[in-house]
Write a protein that binds this ligand. Structure first.
Ligand SMILES: NC(=O)c1ccc[n+]([C@@H]2O[C@H](COP(=O)([O-])OP(=O)(O)OC[C@H]3O[C@@H](n4cnc5c(N)ncnc54)[C@H](OP(=O)(O)O)[C@@H]3O)[C@@H](O)[C@H]2O)c1
Length: 438
């Protein structure tokens, strides 16, 4: 055996503590799986006095992240601070110093993909990020290795556990606000839950998945993003009872016929009997379709101390094995080949999307409203598949749900703009895309 590999940890919060636990509990396993001994050399956090529930030799602890990066014995730097700065500066410094890096930082990777990947490449250092997408689910490695011979045709991800928890609770009848408050009370949601419920966190993960799947970067600004904050428990109920569908917040990356990609995050109606419909609570799932393998599905805990630490340490083992074999930094990875950084993928504008839609109108209870709505839709060439009308919620206000046949998004948007200006419309119409996940 070699002298072993030393790992430095930046950030000793939720995930950092979990990583420490795995190092302590599974030392032998790590050695067997990597062929070398892997030890924690230093741990940096701003607060090294707080009790984290794990005992470590106090001489390992420092408040100075630079001391970890500059330590000549440390070969792998694990960044678990989160956010853009100072995490980005630390990662770039570590790579330039020839250290291999493991990070769980999806926001940073999504926003600064090129700079980080090209720095890694130029420094002949490895960067791995299994924990950045789907927490403990090993989907990054699956895309990189297990599915490597496949042209990826589509990825459909339920990759924000908080949003999925809220939708699952709304299915039980809770309002959005009640479900969000419960998620916060249980510690699932961020103190500022906007990234979870408005789709930003799913977008960050989708950008990484798309780069992995298609070998070229996607600019975050090219991703169409909608959250779940406009949905009501009734939408979820009607979807299930009237249409046999579930509403899920999906991250979708899909090849189109004309060599573009769709990258979009939004709530979607999916068939009630699809496996993805059975993904409830904080669980995550990814449905990945390859041209050779066909559909595959990954399921598991998308967050939390130990699942996320599992993914982080899997990367550490992988790099340690490569260091032991003398090939770390030399193993080509699809996601930072030079051409991967060269151009963004051509992304199909959302206005060009062709889809079926569920539309929920909130209108005054008047004779002839449905006919007027149907007329405006028809002017844009949009035909109706089904109409569901319920009793008035409040006095004189009714929800009308209409499912339309396949139509172009820009035509649907234009029709809804007209309808939303009509005197009978009480509140803007909600539109949810109906997704065929195959
Ligand atoms: N938690 C999850 O389930 C999960 C799942 C997937 C991915 N991730 C990703 O994993 C990363 C870490 O998440 P987390 O939940 O473990 O966060 P966390 O609990 O907030 O831990 C971050 C730690 O970094 C410390 N820190 C901040 N600035 C620092 C600096 N300059 N030098 C050294 N330490 C510093 C913080 O210290 P103070 O608190 O004292 O400021 C905190 O202890 C993030 O990128 C996150 O997106 C987390």
């Amino acid at each position: 055996m070699s002298q072993g590999v030393k790992v430095g940890l930046l950030g000793w919060g939720t995930v950092g503590t979990g990583v420490t636990r795995i190092f302590q509990n599974s030392q032998d396993l790590l050695a067997k799986r990597s062929g070398t001994t892997i030890t924690l050399g230093k741990i940096a956090d701003l607060d090294i006095t707080r009790d984290r529930g794990v005992k470590v030799d106090r001489s390992l602890l420092t408040t100075n992240a630079e001391a970890v990066i500059q330590d000549p014995e440390i070969q792998i730097v694990v960044e678990l601070i989160g956010g853009i700065e100072p995490a980005k500066g630390f990662i770039l410094k570590a790579l330039k110093a020839g250290k291999h890096v493991v990070t769980a930082n999806k926001a940073l990777l999504a926003e600064h993909w090129d700079e980080i990947m090209s720095t890694a490449r130029d420094s002949s250092a490895d960067i791995y990020f299994e924990a950045a997408v789907g927490g403990g689910i090993p989907v990054v490695q699956a895309l990189n290795d297990g599915l490597a011979p496949n042209h990826i045709q589509g990825i459909f991800g339920i990759i924000n556990g908080t949003a999925n928890y809220i939708l699952s609770q709304m299915k039980k009848g809770q309002s959005f606000d009640e479900a969000l408050a419960e998620a916060q009370a249980k510690g699932f949601a961020e103190a500022d839950p906007a990234l979870d419920v408005k789709g930003g966190d799913t977008m960050h993960k989708l950008v990484i998945l798309a780069a992995m799947a298609f070998g070229r970067r996607v600019a975050p600004s090219d991703v169409h993003v909608e959250g779940i904050d406009q949905l009501t428990a009734q939408d979820i109920l009607y979807a299930r009872e009237e249409l046999d569908k579930e509403i899920k917040l999906l991250g979708i990356a899909k090849q189109t016929k004309d060599k573009q990609v769709q990258v979009r995050v939004h709530p979607a109606l999916i068939p009630g009997d699809h496996l993805m419909s059975a993904v409830h609570g904080v669980y995550n799932s990814l449905y990945v379709i390859g041209d050779a393998v066909g559909p595959t599905m990954f399921y598991g805990k998308g967050a939390g101390e130990m699942p996320t630490a599992s993914a982080v340490v899997s990367d550490v083992i992988f790099i340690a094995r490569n260091i032991h074999m003398g090939v770390a930094g030399n193993v080509p990875s699809v996601y930072y080949l030079p051409q991967a950084a060269a151009d963004s993928l051509p992304v199909e504008p959302i206005a060009e999307l062709v889809s079926q839609y569920y539309l929920r109108f909130t209108v005054k209870e008047e004779i002839g409203v449905i006919a007027k709505i149907a007329g405006i839709l028809s002017e844009k060439g949009i035909s109706i598949e089904a109409v569901i009308q319920k009793d008035a919620h409040k006095e004189n206000v009714v929800p009308i749900m209409i499912v339309i046949h396949q139509a172009k998004e820009k035509d649907v948007t234009a029709a809804l703009e007209t309808i939303d200006k009509m005197p009978f419309t009480v509140q803007p119409t909600l539109k949810i895309r109906i997704e065929d996940i195959d």
